[in-house]
Design a protein. Sequence first.
Length: 347
Amino acid sequence: MRPINTAIASYGMSGIVFHGPLLENHKGFSISKILERHKHDSAGRHPGATLVRTYDEILKDPDIELVVVNTPDYLHFGMAMEALDAGKHIVVEKPFTLKSGDADNIIALARDKGLMVSVFQNRRWDGDFLTVKKVIGDGSLGRLVSFESHFDRFRNYVQESWKEEKRLGAGTLYNLGSHMIDQALQLFGMPEYLYADVRAQRTGSAIDDSFDIFMHYPGVKCLVRGSYLVKEPGPRYILHGTHGSFLKYGLDPQEQALKEGGVPGSANWGEEDQSAFGYLHSEFSGKDQQLQIPTVPGNYLAYYDNIYAHLRNGMPLLVTAPEARDVIRIIEAAYESAEQEKTVRLS
């Protein structure tokens, strides 16, 4: 296995919790450089990496093949374009860009240069979402008629952060919504139209911290919702079909395990306790059944498995730039719908 020489363009939360540990524990990657403009947080955590202070030190290094653009969201477009201009493949943290037109420009430049662009939609490998896909796919619910997804938190105060500043890209719709929209698009494709309510609910909040997006598909009602003011969370997923219902509570355990220093890919990685398993209540041929559905173990390393297989062996890319661009199209349409109080057609 020939490792891919990789640079991480930022070492904030996503670098410390996600990209750093995942890349460090994957034999297919070698972290060559980490950009920290002022701090030394990566020192000692990645022995093979050189700490650098400028992005140019990454871009001008001919040995670096892959750049992880995990900087603040408003920097994604410019830094992604610079990396492509320098001949580097890129993984961009979600959300891909703040405007779908910027995403199109990145896609065009990558195509012209024959380079890879992927977006870190790691929650496709959440155990709960993998379980939802399984339940839909195996027909346990009959024909699916309703899908509801929640990503709620409780933070009733305003932090000092660029994420709380009134600017394009700040707010929970770009932050958490990009995961949920990506999952919905994976299940159902682009909706015909949507209607959204996006608002600030916390006292003094300058950014949206609550959203509800109704995405219309023939035959399936789809609702994705998120809020910062949910102290007592309800189900993460609510599915109804012609033969029954499936409810799943709780969040995938991988993020918390990474925060606590867990090693991705280690024994029992991504497994949930039985108490967190989903609940299926269905009826087939007049026979009622109620049972727990074991959660499929989550596996964020699978994202980088695919990046390696694509770059070294030419395997199809699982998270493509056009898919990530469509997520931004949905977010733009949701803001348009909320601001103008109207339905926005997408196809």
